[in-house]
Design a protein around this ligand. Structure first.
Ligand SMILES: NS(=O)(=O)c1ccc(C(=O)NCc2c(F)c(F)c(F)c(F)c2F)cc1
Ligand SMILES: [Zn+2]
Length: 265
C-alpha cells in the first residue's frame, strides 16, 4: 500500500488507487451536514442522549503516526459508550484529531459547507457482537455498525484546560512515528460538553484508508473551544517528510441514498 497521506501525491484524490471503495463506496465519510432543504438532516424524536462512561485513563500512549496524533489507552481500559442511536454497548479504542493550517479549515464533517478549524474523533467498537472480539476484527467484519465514532468540532476561543494535557504534549511527539507514554491520568469526560443530547447521526466509513464502511457516526452540534495557541500546537506536528501536517482532513463524500438524522429540532 503506497503510504497514503494528505499531500498532492498521496492525498484523498489518490486513495482510490489502493482503496477502490473511495470512489465506489456509497456510505463514505465525512459528509457535509446540511440542515435545510431536500437532503437535510431529519429530526428524529426517538434519538436519546449519548451515554459515555469514561473513567480517567491511567495508562495510555500518545502517538504521532504521521497523519494524526492519537491517544490510545492500554487494552484494559473500561470506557464504554451506549445510548443515542446505538442498540449495543461500545468499547473505547482511541481518540485522534483532524486539523487545518488556518482557522477556516480543518474539520472533516462540515455544517452547511462550513468547516471548523479541527475535529476530535472518539473511536469505539461494538463489544457485544458475537462476530468479533477486538477493534481490528471489528474493522474487518463488514458489520455496518462495528464501530461508532463520536465527532466533536473544535472552534477557537478560550483555552481548554481539560485538553491542555494533550495540547501540551504535542511538542513531545513533533516527529512522525514518535510516541510518549501519557504522564498521569487523563479525564476525557471533562473535555466533552455536559449534555450529549444534540447531534447528527448517519451510517458512514473510516475517513482514512481502508475507508471501511463500518461506522455509525455521531457528530455533535456544540463545538468544543480551544485557544489559538492550542490550535497552533497541532500545526507544529510533523508528517514524517519534515513538514508539518497542514490539513489531515478528507473532503466531504456524496450522501447517495443515505439520510442524516438529527436529535434536535
Ligand atoms: N478518522 S476515523 O474515521 O475516525 C478513523 C478511526 C480509526 C482508524 C484506524 O483505526 N485506522 C487504523 C486501523 C485500520 F485502518 C484497520 F483497518 C484496522 F483493522 C485497524 F485495526 C486499525 F487500527 C482510521 C480512521
Ligand atoms: Zn478521524
Amino acid at each position: 500500500m503506497a503510504p497514503w497521506g494528505y499531500s498532492k501525491e498521496n492525498g484523498p484524490a489518490t486513495w482510490h488507487k489502493d482503496c477502490p471503495i473511495a470512489n465506489t463506496g456509497v456510505r463514505q465519510s465525512p459528509i457535509d451536514l446540511i440542515t435545510t432543504g431536500q437532503t437535510c438532516a431529519k429530526y428524529d424524536s426517538n434519538l436519546k442522549p449519548v451515554i459515555v462512561s469514561y473513567p480517567a485513563f491511567s495508562e495510555a500512549t500518545f502517538l504521532n503516526n504521521g497523519h494524526s496524533v492519537q491517544f490510545q489507552p492500554s487494552a484494559g481500559n473500561l470506557s464504554e459508550l451506549s445510548g443515542g442511536p446505538l442498540t449495543k454497548k461500545y468499547k473505547f479504542e482511541q481518540f485522534h484529531f483532524h486539523w487545518g493550517n488556518n482557522d477556516s479549515e480543518g474539520s472533516e464533517h462540515r455544517v452547511n459547507g462550513k468547516m471548523y478549524p479541527a475535529e476530535l474523533h472518539l473511536v469505539h467498537w461494538n463489544s457485544e457482537s458475537p462476530n468479533f472480539s477486538s477493534f481490528q476484527e471489528a474493522v474487518g467484519s463488514n458489520d455496518p455498525h462495528a464501530l461508532c465514532v463520536l465527532g466533536f468540532f473544535l472552534k477557537v476561543g478560550a483555552e481548554n484546560a481539560s485538553l491542555k494535557p494533550i495540547t501540551d504534549l504535542l511538542s513531545k511527539v513533533k516527529n512522525a512515528g514518535s510516541s510518549v507514554s501519557f504522564p498521569g491520568k487523563f479525564d476525557l469526560k471533562a473535555v466533552l460538553p455536559e449534555t450529549l443530547t444534540d447531534y447528527y447521526t448517519y451510517d458512514g466509513s473510516l475517513t482514512t484508508p481502508p475507508l471501511a464502511e463500518c461506522v455509525k457516526w455521531i457528530v455533535f452540534k456544540e463545538p468544543i473551544e480551544v485557544s489559538t495557541a492550542q490550535m497552533e500546537a497541532f500545526r507544529a506536528v510533523d508528517d514524517g517528510h519534515g513538514k508539518p501536517i497542514t490539513g489531515n482532513y478528507r473532503p466531504p463524500c456524496p450522501l447517495h441514498t443515505r439520510t442524516v438524522a438529527a436529535s434536535f429540532k
